[in-house]
Structures are given as C-alpha cells and as structure tokens.
Design a protein around this ligand. Structure first.
Ligand code: F6P
Length: 545
C-alpha cells in the first residue's frame, strides 16, 4: 500500500495542462448549445448510485472534460490515497495521525486494523454502550438527582462537536422522540447558554459535554456554567452532577477532572477528526433523538457510500465526480464559491455543517511537502434551504458577476405531505437549474413586449452551472449517504490540491492571542503592547464594559 502523493506540482503536470487547453476550447460554449446539439446529454452526464440520482449535465463540461478530470485524479494517485485512508495509514501527516472515520460506520464483522489492532470491536462496544444509555434515558430508568425523568437534553460542544449533532438532529427530526427536548449550546457568548436553558427545569435536564480534547475554551466555559446552573437549581448538592452530566471525549483525564464520572463517558479515538466525528459517540444526542436503530441505519448509509467511493471507477463515482467538478470550477473557471441549496427544510443546517467540513479541511495554502500552492484551493461553501434563498441571494447567482456553481438537493416524497406544497417546492428546484443553465436571451425578452430600455435588465445570460441530486425520501440512511458523499468529495479535492485535509492549524493563532488578551480585558492597568488598533479596541472595551 502506498501513501505516495503525486511527484510533480499540480499545475506542471500534463493532466493539468491538458485541462487548461480543453478549458480554453470550451469555456465560451453555452449550455444551451450543448443541450441543443446532444439530446442524450442528460442521460450521458448523470449517474445513479445507492438511491442518489446525480444530474451533472448542467455543468460546463463534456464527456471529454470528465475523462481529463479523471486523468488528473489518476495523476494525483487518488485511488492509492483512498486506499491509504481506508487502511489506517497516517495520512494526516502534519499531526501524525491516521484518518479512520470510515471505521466508525463499519459493520460489526468488519476488520480494520490500526497499528496491528482491529478497531471495529471497540467501535461497536461504544455504540452498544451508547444504545444501552439511550434506552435507560428514554425508558425513564435513568433518573435525575431528584428522581425525575429526563426530558431535556442539552449538547454542549463546538465545531465538529456541535455542527454534526445539531445538523443531524434537525435533519432527522421527523424520526425523533418528541417526548425529549433537544438544545445545542456552542457559542461562548453567554446568550447561547442563557437562551437554551431559560425555560428548562434542571431536575429534568441532562447535559452532554461533547469535546474531543475536553480542553476547548468555549465548551469548557459553557460546561462550567451548566454545572453552576444545575447546582443552583438543585440546591447545591455536588452529587447531582453525576446524574445530569455525561461526557463524550477522547480525554478521560480531563473528563474526570471536570467531575464527570468516567463511567458516564463515551469514548472515541485520536484517529477521528472533529469534523468527521458525528458518527462516533459525538452523535450521542442524535442517537437519543432518533433511537439506536435509526442511528445504525444512518451509519449503514455512511458505510454504503464508503464502499462506493472505495470501489466505483472514478467516472462512475459520486464523491470523486463531485469533488473533481469543484476542482474544475475553482482552478479553471476561477470560481470562488459553491452554493449548496437543499430543497428540504429538514436540511436547514446542512450548509453550515458543510462549511466546517469543506473549509476547515481544504482551506489551506501549503502542500504536503511544505510548498506554497500556486493554485486556488477550497472554494467558499455557503447556502440556505430553497425556496428561502430564492427570495434572498439567488438574484446574484442569476445575474451577478460571479460564477457560482450550485448543488441542488431535493427529495421527491415529502415527509410532511401538505396539499400541493411538494409539487410547488419541486417545480421551483427544477426551474432554478433550468433558468441558471439556459438563461433568457434579449430576443426572448423583446418578444414578450418588454420596453427596449428594460431589455438589458431582464436578460439572463445563463450558462451558470449546477448539479442536481434527487433522492426519493429523506431517511437516516440517506442522510448518512449524503454526508459521506460530501466527506469524500472534500477528500478528493484535498488529494488533487496535495494538501492535508485533516489538520486545522489555521484556528490556532486566534486562540492563542485571545488567551493573551483575556487578562488585559480584566485588569485596567495591564500595559498593552499590540498594534494601535488592537490596543485601542482593548481600551474601548475596558471603558464601556
Ligand atoms: O475549530 C477547531 C476544532 O479543533 C475543530 O476541528 C473541532 O471540531 C472543534 O475545534 C472542537 O474541538 P473539541 O471537540 O476538541 O472541543
């Protein structure tokens, strides 16, 4: 097995230069022309796997583009890199760590070795412990300090210890136990904690402190405030903590120091990155909400996508193709952003979740060998659920000056059928892709009797690319597949860009400076040695606080 990365720099490779020439040839061709010339285009440039139908024909590509992108992936040794990840090699080289989130969703009888040990039995032991805990809480067997049943679950975490849990809770709310209330506290802003707990009874509230490291400033500050809130609500008896706090972490020492019984700790491993951890014990709140069976179905969905990514030829491989299309727009069309537009209210936090997944992973400018890149890396991911986005920022996507590739995600069967809502929703998502691709010419605008001076304002250039993913219905398994699709698309992009998609050094400097500034805010005579702007802001805060 080889961890080998590509030897030549990306832009000097033949495969990259072939794409540059190809781009020069086709960049001005309009999607209207492509579709008119080839009635089979949608069939040729679409792919169905695992119940996900991806229509990528509204991209500015031909079959030749796909071949050249696959050749680029081969020049970057993508297949070897996929094998290296799945087999537990330490591909996170800057942190000297393996990247084995795919083991979290492996079936019970799978064998995945890390440093000579099969990790699958430990993974399933934690899942079993989580399931037993969930049963105790939902059945009322687990009681609070005063003997009350737990009715409120508050997940305290940030980044990967929050975004996955909150996104999955919202996405799978249809499947959730409505007798439990779920709240998520992440921001160190006291408002987040205050608003999340203001209507909760401490006697019925269970806190899950979710932190891989158990040292993250925001989470530990919120966890301490949670303990104070609980104890002041329950008369100050310290022994209440054991009944109202559980922890999810890799750091048993710190969990113990905080005062949480390590018997009520759900562990995971160094080889799980924070933003890839929602299918580990970090998903405890998700399991409490949807139950262990649905949670397993979600994991099985992840696993099916893992197998597809590992085995499907690259031109038939959903995550690889989507990743390569992002590379095509970022590096050849100079696109700076990608909009992810789920046409399902349950996926309202999916774009926020993807922001950490994609940008904390691929927002890098140094190659694995330490050189500065001479090409763009991750685009900015953003989005909102349709149709709300249509009445907000779609104007810019249709008629603005930026090229913004869009991913539309929609489900054909609603989980909440209501009159003709679903037909209206689906008519809109289909219309958006068509409008972006085809646009509207000046002749078409004029033929509608538009006054001459308004014609330029009402023209749509079109030729704006999009992917459309249709799925029958949103289920736990489908959610797992969708998340794994974007995880592996992100990995594909990182391999092409030759960067470490699994570290996050870029969050360190700000954290370090905040630690230095903190005492300067608390003491009005500490001398300040920052730049004049930073000094001025500190002084202004001291004056107004
Ligand atoms: O933002 C940096 C980061 O390390 C993320 O990668 C991680 O998801 C988050 O902080 C939270 O970390 P922890 O789970 O250790 O509290």
């Amino acid at each position: 097995m080889s961890t080998s990365t590509a030897t030549d720099g990306l832009t000097s490779r033949d495969a990259y230069q072939a794409l540059q020439s190809h781009h020069a040839e086709i960049k001005d061709k309009h999607l209207r022309e492509w579709f008119a010339e080839d009635p089979q285009r949608a069939q040729t440039l679409s792919l169905e796997a695992l119940g996900l139908f991806l229509d990528y024909s509204k991209n500015r590509i031909t079959s030749e583009t796909v071949k050249l992108l696959v050749a680029l992936a081969e020049s970057a040794n993508l297949k070897n890199r996929i094998d290296a990840m799945f087999s537990g090699e330490k591909i996170n080289t800057t942190e000297d760590r393996a990247v084995l989130h795919t083991a979290l969703r492996a079936p019970r009888d799978a064998k995945i070795e890390f440093e000579g040990e099969n990790v699958v039995p430990e993974v399933h032991a934690v899942l079993d412990k989580m399931a037993a805990f969930c049963d105790r809480v939902t059945s009322g067997q687990w009681k609070g300090h005063t003997g009350s049943k737990i009715r409120n679950i508050v997940n305290v975490g940030i980044g990967g210890s929050d975004l996955g849990p909150v996104m999955a809770y919202e996405a799978l709310r249809h499947y959730s136990n409505r007798e439990l209330n779920f709240r998520f506290v992440s921001n160190v802003d006291g408002t987040d904690f205050a608003e999340a707990t203001q209507d909760l009874d401490p006697a019925e509230t269970l806190f899950i402190v979710a932190s891989k490291t158990f040292t993250t400033q925001e989470t530990m500050t919120n966890a301490r405030s949670a303990r104070t809130w609980l104890l002041s609500g329950l008369g100050g008896d310290e022994s209440a903590v054991a009944k109202h706090f559980v922890a999810v972490s890799t750091n048993a020492d710190e969990v113990g120091k905080f005062g949480i019984d390590t018997g009520n700790m759900f562990g995971f491993w160094d080889w799980v990155g924070g933003r890839y951890s929602m299918d580990s014990a970090i998903g405890l709140s998700t399991m409490l909400a949807i139950g262990p069976k649905n949670f397993r179905q979600m994991l099985d969905g992840f696993h099916e996508m893992d197998v597809h990514f590992r085995t499907a030829p690259l031109d038939q491989n959903l995550p690889a193709l989507m990743g390569l299309l992002n590379v095509w727009y970022a590096n050849f069309f100079d696109a700076k952003t990608v909009a992810v537009l789920p046409y399902d209210q349950y996926l309202k936090r999916f774009p926020a979740y993807l922001q950490q997944l994609t940008m904390e992973s691929n927002g890098k400018s140094t190659t694995l060998s330490g050189d500065h890149v001479d090409y763009d890396t991750s685009p900015i991911f953003w989005g909102e659920p349709g149709t709300n986005g249509q009445h907000s920022f779609y104007q810019l996507i249709h008629q603005g000056t930026h090229l913004i590739p869009c991913d539309f995600i929609a489900f054909c069967k609603s989980l909440n059928p209501l009159g003709d809502h679903q037909d209206i929703l689906m008519a809109n998502v289909i219309a958006q892709g068509e409008a972006l691709a085809m646009g509207k010419t000046a002749e078409e605008v004029k033929s509608e009797g538009t006054a001459d001076e308004l014609v330029p304002h009402r023209v749509f250039e079109g030729n704006r690319p999009s992917n459309t993913i249709f799925i029958e219905q949103l289920t736990p398994s489908v959610l797992g597949k969708l998340i794994a699709l974007y995880e592996h698309s992100t990995f594909t992009q990182g391999v092409i860009w030759d960067i470490d998609s699994f570290d996050q050094w870029g969050v360190e400097l700000g954290k370090m400076l905040a630690k230095k500034i903190m005492p300067e805010l608390q003491s009005s005579d500490a001398s300040l040695s920052h730049d004049s702007s930073t000094n001025g802001l500190i002084q202004r805060y001291r004056q107004w606080k």
